[in-house]
Design a protein around this ligand. Sequence first.
Ligand code: SDX
Length: 426
Amino acid sequence: MTAFVKIVYGERTFELPVIMGSEGEKAIDISKLRQKTGLITLDPGFANTGSCKSSITFMDGEKGILRYRGIPVEQLAEHASFKETAYLLINGVLPTRKELNKFSVMLNDHSLVHEDMQLFYHNFPRASHPMGILSSMVNALRSFYPELQTLEEEINITVTRLLAKTRTMAAMSYKMSRGHKVVYPRPDLAYCENFLNMMFDTPVKPYQIDQEVVNALRVFWILHADHEQNCSTSAVRIVGSGRVTLYAAISAGIAALWGPLHGGANQAVIEMLADIAESGGKIAPFIERAKDNKDPFRLMGFGHRVYKTYDPRAKIMKKMCDTVLPRLKISDPLLDLAKELEEAALKDDYFIEHNLYPNVDFYSGIILRAIGIPTNMFTVMFAIGRLPGWIAQWKESMDDPNWKISRPRQIYTGPTEMDYLPIDKR
Ligand code: SDX
């Protein structure tokens, strides 16, 4: 039996259906609101507005739950490979051994980048941010691989190309930013190992693959793989709704992720911790600044639009810091500072009242530093992890028979009608 809400507006009463998701979430379906009442809704930042129905990722912000296609992220971080997780998100089921092998072969087959694309890198200024380069290079893939993306087969190849080449392009941008020779992907290395080798192998010092580092990268990418309708995923869906190519939609997602309030926060957290360390390591002034609404400073890596409790990914990340760093014989003073900052914030009434807890970005930079990733590539690492989620969400929206171009309404608050004034009369 369909539930309804009643809206009383002036002399009239309207009924709008309430829909319910598989986890009991409820929404008022307002798709006929304007037609019935002449009214629209207004919700800056869409904090109360659902953009779609989706069967990919479930989050419960109050309970700190995150599941990909129903599987808790904790179990995937414990047992799955990143490739398996990507396959699960994109195809909706975990792959059989045969399917996973086929997927691996396709990823290897498509992992090289057209040699002419290296010319692009040479023409970016040396100090270009790797996120700006990555967004441009992903968009440029369309010029090198102009195949249509209509048939299932064509879409699958484009998806595999993106998963395989984005990782290669990221490593290329690092090597070329240092003036080093590009290292090519190797068919004998799995996804994470290949990336690390492309990043750190050099003719004078061959890269020694350390399974501890590989495992940390695997977990890092699994934890970032999808997160329902966040800012960058919404950008992918909105840009994709114009029926652009998948490359263009993903390029828009990378651009959206770059922001310090979103994926750029992992770089901003490390820069914030380094500032605290440089100013003598006293955290109290930074906590006070974060609480001062007149001060634009925020505690980076804290707070979340959905999680009003500890981000489950931050829990895993923090635990990983305590296991990976000692095993790699690394002690990072910024980790101690991060823990001190967390402890102080979680005791502070302001953070408690605002439900501000560490999010995925708070500890992730410590792991990336331990792996040897340069700070300006932290958000690129987030983008590589989020790629399967963006692709899955794009595919789901393209396959939705009710999907239409995204075009929100507005409430106009500008001047009412007025005439043009000739310049001598202004
Ligand atoms: C990611 O959406 C996703 O799922 C994103 C993500 C993903 O996987 O895709 O999880 C990845 O982007 C994580 C978030 C990374 N960003 C940061 O760590 C930047 C710092 N955090 C914030 O700027 C903020 O918490 C956001 C952007 C994450 C969420 O902002 P909201 O939901 O719009 O909340 P808000 O800005 O309206 O803040 C509500 C209140 C405000 O105080 P009041 O004006 O109500 O008194 O909380 C305060 C804010 O000032 N507040 C903070 C704070 N975050 C919110 N105060 C100090 N420090 C902070 N970090």
